[in-house]
Design a protein around this ligand. Sequence first.
Ligand code: GRF
Length: 197
Amino acid sequence: MSAPLGLVVLVSGSGTNLQALLDAAAGGAPFTVLAVGADRDGTRGEERAREVDIPTFVCRVPDYVSRSDWDLDLERQVSAYAPDVVVSAGFMKILGPAVLAAHPVLNTHPALLPSFPGAHAVRDALAHGVRVTGCTCHWVDAGVDTGAIVDQRAVDVEDDDTVDTLHERIKVEERAMLVDVLTALARDRSRIPGRAG
Ligand code: GRF
């Protein structure tokens, strides 16, 4: 049996996607969370990692002279754990070229891309009046939510949905999708960009 797929997970908020990965790994999924990074102090996501003794780091854009210095230092901190895949799970920063050149980065997005990219996907989908939305798991490239799609799950919009109720239902699908995608990648590593297999 090969070693579990090593992940560094990047978070900005509540970290429920991270929690789904931690629970799945504890339940025998073929991946492991090596470390969790956040772009701000005091996130629930960072706390979730600490609760199970997983190393954490915080890399805040305002602490650097330039965005490019932030990118370089984030790359240094992520690379210290030598992950097979970096997972952007609710990380609300656009990653820079240093991180993207060094690691395959998988992102989860709360809409059916290419519809509704960006930071307000659920609000935008609801405002547009779509009857079906969902979530997308994709590789990160230099654009905003433009990279190759790995998996998608659909979610019906209900007449009385608010941004919060819709987002919560999407997140149920998103967490399951992320676990499924990483399980599949761990079993067939040739599907990870830049890996020969
Ligand atoms: C997810 O819906 C993610 O796609 C979006 O923010 C949410 C993060 O949720 N960018 P959580 O922090 O994993 O609970």
